[in-house]
Design a protein around this ligand. Structure first.
Ligand SMILES: [Zn+2]
Length: 172
């Protein structure tokens, strides 16, 4: 396994619609690296475009309880097939937009279908933090960031901050 560099917004690859994965066995190494990168960050979700790979693949683990066993999930070609009318608000953050947090409203429950690393068709309903996380990550596969839900002025302010952060990191 290896850590991958996480792209920081703004980056054109974070705005691009990712391509479906045709052969799950080809992304096994990528999925392992992404999980390692996510846990290392640390974060609860990571989508392939965030490490510069424009494929429809995401990893997540939203277990928060101290001492609970990890529950790593790899979702290939995930699709939202149902969303609840009921909404939920969570303070979201993103590994590609460090240190920025904002309340975002999304459907409280979603049903997702995806392909596993073994090539099996899966489906499950997600609620709570898992629902928010999976929707946030699927947005990444469609070139969408959580700040796209914010008012333009706030979004521009965040983007300027990130440009500055990238400049500082490049100099360091
Ligand atoms: Zn994100």
């Amino acid at each position: 396994m290896a850590l991958r560099d996480i792209l920081i917004h703004p980056d054109p690859r974070l705005k691009t619609v990712a391509d479906p994965v045709s052969d799950p066995s080809e992304v096994k190494k990528l999925a392992e690296d992404m999980l390692e990168t996510m846990y290392h960050a640390p974060g609860i979700g990571l989508a392939a475009p965030q490490v510069g790979v424009l494929k429809r693949l995401l990893v997540m683990d939203c277990i928060k309880e101290e001492g609970a066993p990890p529950q790593p999930m790899v979702l290939i070609n995930p699709e939202i097939v149902w969303s609840s009318e009921e909404k939920n608000v969570y303070e979201e953050g993103c590994l590609s937009i460090p240190e920025i947090y904002n309340d975002i409203e999304r459907p409280a429950e979603v049903e997702i279908t995806w392909t596993s690393l073994e090539g099996a068709e899966q489906s499950a309903k997600f609620g709570g933090l898992w629902a928010t996380c999976v929707q946030h990550e699927i947005d990444h596969l469609d070139g969408k960031l959580f700040i796209d839900y914010l008012k333009p002025l706030r979004r521009q302010m965040i983007t300027r901050k990130m440009v500055k952060l990238k400049r500082e990191r490049a100099r360091a």
